[in-house]
Ligand binder design. Sequence first.
Ligand code: ADP
Ligand code: MG
Length: 361
Amino acid sequence: MAGITVDGLVKDFSGKTAVNGVSFEVGEGEFLALVGPSGCGKTTTLRLLVGLEAATSGEIRFGDRVVNDIRPRDRNIGMVFQDYAIFPHLTVFENIGYGLRSRRVPGREIKPRVEEAARTFRIDQLLRRKPRQLSGGQRQRVALARAMVRDASVYLYDEPLSNLDAQLRHQAREDIMTLHREKERPTVYVTHDQSEAMAMGDRIAVMRDGQIQQIGTGAELYERPKSLFVAHFIGTPSINLFDVELRADEDRILAVGEAFSLVLPPRLREAVAGHLGRLVKVGVRPEHLHVPKLAPFEVTADNTLHGLVRVIEPTATGSSVYLSTPDEPGVDFVATFKVRMPASYLDQEVPLAIDLDHLHL
Ligand code: ADP
Ligand code: MG
């Protein structure tokens, strides 16, 4: 068994196309995070992989075996859902061992495997309990242990952490990565949370309206988004987008916006060559706006923008500052600083230096 290959996958529900031509590969031992807003087709994609839905068209292969017509139980998948789907009337031990028993693994083999999985997830003291005697985090670990005892060839997760609070969620992420490193099987992990996807995925597939917008490492998606949607979806706070007009000025190219006029760096000149005179959007990540005094580059009129400070939010390491272009109401853009901005800056106009090396077009 090698990886998973999904080729041109389509799923129509009477009149509604939930999955619209999805293709991706997951390498042996790779962890792919599938992320996108609610309703974009993530769960449907997983249900097609499991075999709980039949594809309208397209092919799913595990290794070089086409599995489209193979029954779910014969696809050998380890799966963890959002609601854990553990059986309330069975003990923790019976829940973890359920998949082994139903595969007629002999009882003397089941016991040590269940105990080992329970130890991995720190629930070995709870094996005789029933699910209702467990906390949310413990139940979630039962579901993980149940996925772990089986030697599945593929692991699939559908938002398994969304019912946990922030603290437990971090622990559970670690548990899932532990399971993954132990098994080294191809894994598809569905989430609507881009920061979770960035933290966990070897690669990330961003999905929207039934289609994959872009697949790549977190750094690739962050630094080289191929669409406005991906630029906006990845990163928090979101990227700032400004409308600018591209103008030639002697041998320079200017991006002229409402509150600034930037000189584009040479790196971007080729990309704009055919677009002079047009209105386009430029993107700047919040951490690429600097207080001029602290900017790690030379600050000139060609890379400075003015903003009116509307809101200052302290963060663990500094501040998120929400600004508007001068004379405009409301918040237009956001900057994150590694220093605390004093409250005296509220309603003041401040210059901000844009790191043009990280400007997106
Ligand atoms: P996600 O998991 O990304 O939130 P889903 O895969 O659950 O999205 O749903 C994608 C789209 O398909 C949604 O518009 C949803 O309403 C629709 N859909 C999902 N399952 C069915 C179904 N069984 N019948 C009809 N429409 C469905
Ligand atoms: Mg879903």
